[in-house]
Design a protein. Sequence first.
Length: 365
Amino acid sequence: MTEETPVATAEAGGSAEIAFQRRGALAEIALTRPKALNSLSLDMIRHMDPKLADWSGDGDVRAVLVRGEGEKAFCAGGDVRAVYDAGPADTDLRRRFFAEEYTLNRRIHACEKPYIALIDGITMGGGVGISVHGSHRVAGDRTMVAMPETAIGFFPDVGTTWVLSRLPGELGMYMALTGARLKAADALYTGMATHYVPSEQVPAVTDALASASFAGDARAAVDGVLADFAGDPGPAPLAEHREAIDRCFAAESVEGILAALDAEGSEWAASTAATLRQRSPSSMKVTFAAIRAAAGRDFDSAIRTEYRLSQAMTARADFFEGVRAVLVDKDNAPAWNPARLEDVTDAEIARCFDPLDVPDLTFAD
């Protein structure tokens, strides 16, 4: 049942990059950096986290919705360019940015109220972090979900080692290492999205949620609204390769995955192997170890490990070279160091997981 859509009321605490409003029992977050593809800045994090904390304790708020302005992106990622621009000497920014971003990711994960992310557009990196941990992720025709960090000398973070390690079969390892870009059907197939709604219907979904009756179970109310709009995105292309993904990406090492892909003999396997050979060898080995480790850990333990890794990886030359090649000069020709998987030692990877010389990530519940 729905009622007349309540009038939107702006809430204090926003900025030029993020806005908050209330419509009845629905609290809304709008990412307002469309020219920057709504990339998540430290300023946005610092506004969003306390607001979500307030709403979590407000009995009048029954559900939270987050969306990105513009037609291109929900959120194209965290603002790693700012970390790059600050340079390797600025350890303070690296610590603050990732600690505060991961704290926000954890708050979304712990949110007991329905948290609906309208991921109708580019959703990568930090954008996955502010969507995948919520209860509802609504994909549209413009959706493109990816964790492309191995292409910039980093690793899939924002709590996604925990998420990816729990996807069916080896889909998570496949996504983590390749940075595969999923459209709506594949996002649903993997579990990165929970619903599909045609793009032209997304604004109507927002209005319907704002006017929904939350008198009973809030999650059931959200489920009911989304069921009214849900469509069929068609077959998932990944399903065609699922057996090969599970077979190849179950190997005991990155080298083993590449050997398995080479042995497959298919065009898909050859293309996938070629993609991996373009990624940072160090990043792939760290990512492999992090995904495997997260499978046996709870969320808090996994994201604390990610914090250690964030500090180790952003201190390495591959991170600055990867960001330069992909985001700054855009020549897509990074010179990785080491350049070969066989030159990345187990000891080197293990050091990335070592305790920091500063306190580990902590949470004030």
